[in-house]
Write a new protein. Structure first.
Length: 333
């Protein structure tokens, strides 16, 4: 049953999957901070988020869910740790049987989540309708406050950029010959799911045209494991672009995206980082058979553009023309 006028002072948020999955909980966390300004908020996170801790200063403490908690004994250790912290509220924002059990056995009195995967262990639960893709993941996450009679507001998410990261990126860009008077476009050509990736040749054609026609400066980003795939795209290009794959921590990537005029990206974590530092995004979404709909997972914000079609039908021309319109300050439209 709903809890009325209760002041929660020690709150735990559990979301241990990938970058975007966690970041789309930021408006939920900001609502909790607004409603309970004196509360301490702790987040149980995966290694994918670890490098962004310094950009999330509205979260008071982080617990890294890593290999040490993978065994049965490790999970008992985590249960004891959470019990010792005496949380009075936990929100599990992705249905997860293990975390429902851990939250229950930790003795957290108010446990909110979805009514599936051992949902009977929760004190407050909602039906999981996210697969219907009727609204954005941010809005689905905010629904988790309603079982305790809180009426959340849409608060635009943000990431803090630190001075030392901004300075490091300025030095890096200067060393790579980046001119502040020309448009800087970041390219995220990879994705955690290869089926979400637009063709390499399409990225090559697009970037060549952006350099030739718009005098754009192109930087590819990605993980170290994605470096060779990006090098393959560069080998297909006539013009030169920069490959920074594997060279940046996530906090530094956030600073780079803040500096950029635009990000062109497949469905990816950096897509969400860009929107949270107020950099416009052109997001390329295929028509997937799974739940990866841009309605639910697209970039958040009014200045972003989504190109949504079968991936093989999306053309470089579409991305180039959308880029022209997005670079408003350069009067290309």
């Amino acid at each position: 049953m709903p809890i009325l006028k209760k002041k929660f002072k020690n709150i735990l948020i559990i979301r241990t999957d990938r970058i975007g999955d966690f970041l789309l909980n930021i408006p939920l966390i900001l609502n909790l901070k607004k409603i309970f300004p004196d509360s301490k908020i702790t987040a149980l996170i995966s290694k994918h988020i670890e490098q962004l801790q310094k950009n999330l200063l509205f979260i008071d403490e982080f617990i890294l869910y890593d290999e040490k908690y993978s065994s049965i004994f490790g999970k008992l250790k985590l249960i004891n740790l959470l019990a010792s912290k005496k949380f009075d509220l936990v929100i599990i924002s992705n249905p997860n049987k293990i975390f429902n059990w851990i939250a229950c056995l930790s003795g957290i009195p108010v446990r909110i989540g979805y009514h599936r995967k051992s949902g009977f262990l929760l004190t407050h639960k909602i039906k999981d309708n996210k697969h219907q893709n009727l609204k954005h993941e941010i809005e689905y996450n905010l629904d988790l406050l309603k079982p305790i009679n809180l009426q959340p507001q849409i608060i635009d998410p943000f990431l803090l950029i630190h001075k030392e990261d901004r300075y490091k990126i300025d030095i890096l860009l200067k060393s790579r010959g980046i001119n502040n008077q020309k448009p800087l476009i970041i390219i995220q050509s990879q994705s955690s799911n290869p089926s979400k990736c637009w063709a390499k040749n399409n990225f090559a054609i697009t970037c060549d045209n952006l350099i030739s026609d718009l005098d754009a400066q192109i930087i590819f980003i990605g993980s170290l494991e994605e470096k060779e795939d990006i090098n393959e795209i560069l080998s297909l290009m006539k013009n030169k672009a920069i490959n920074l794959a594997g060279l940046l921590k996530l906090n530094e990537l956030a600073a780079l995206l803040k500096k950029a005029d635009l990000l062109i990206s497949n469905d990816s974590g950096p897509m969400h980082i860009a929107t949270f530092v107020q950099t416009p995004v052109i997001a390329i979404f295929g028509k997937y058979k799974n739940a990866a709909s841009p309605i639910r997972w697209g970039p958040w914000g009014k200045d972003n553009k989504i190109i949504h079609d079968d991936l093989e039908l999306i053309t470089p021309k579409q991305i180039i023309e959308t880029t022209r319109k997005s670079l408003k300050k350069y009067n290309y439209a």
